[in-house]
Design a protein around this ligand. Structure first.
Ligand code: THU
Length: 154
């Protein structure tokens, strides 16, 4: 079982600042909607991501999944929280950008729903914190397809 750290206000502010910085790299020439994410690992590292769109639309990737896939591809599989900032290009952060359904399911693969925190922010002072369980209730996860004694390798 992963030991999750308590999230402090400083952790939250740092994560939001990192997400705002990551949003600067958003590649979103089609939607003009820019998203940044900062993922806090269970051992205190921060992995960032932005949305990356594509002329064929379908291959586009959300900021949250960019961060998760970067982390997992580097061998990190235990996470404490993610901060997300998103708003149309050229605007201040005018809205709370909640993660899409696909990203929630990707989080579910690697995170404990009751412990993993999702922070949606308009600024370092203006944010909401939710658990993944609140965003994805009654979810389907790795335990459902685990058979017999086999353990998912986290
Ligand atoms: N987007 C994200 O990066 N994260 C979300 O959770 C919602 C949507 C991106 C995808 C696309 O590049 C743009 O925002 C508009 O949907």
């Amino acid at each position: 079982m992963t030991e999750y750290r308590e999230l402090t206000k400083d952790n939250i502010c740092d994560l939001i600042a990192a997400a705002i910085e990551a949003r600067r790299n958003s590649y979103s020439p089609y939607s003009h909607y820019q998203v940044g994410a900062a993922l806090l690992t269970a051992d205190g590292r921060v992995v960032t991501g932005c949305n990356i769109e594509n002329a064929a639309y379908g291959p586009s990737n959300c900021a949250e999944r960019t961060a998760f896939f970067k982390a997992v591809s580097e061998g990190i599989r235990a996470f404490a929280a993610i901060a997300i900032v998103g708003s149309p290009e050229g605007e201040e952060l005018t809205q709370y950008a909640h993660p899409c359904g696909v990203c929630r399911q990707v989080m579910r693969e690697f995170c404990e729903p009751e412990n993993f925190r999702v922070i949606v922010a308009k600024s370092e002072e203006d944010y909401r914190v939710m658990t993944l369980a609140e965003l994805l209730p009654e979810s389907f996860g790795p335990e459902n397809v685990r058979d017999g004694n086999e353990q998912c390798q986290r």
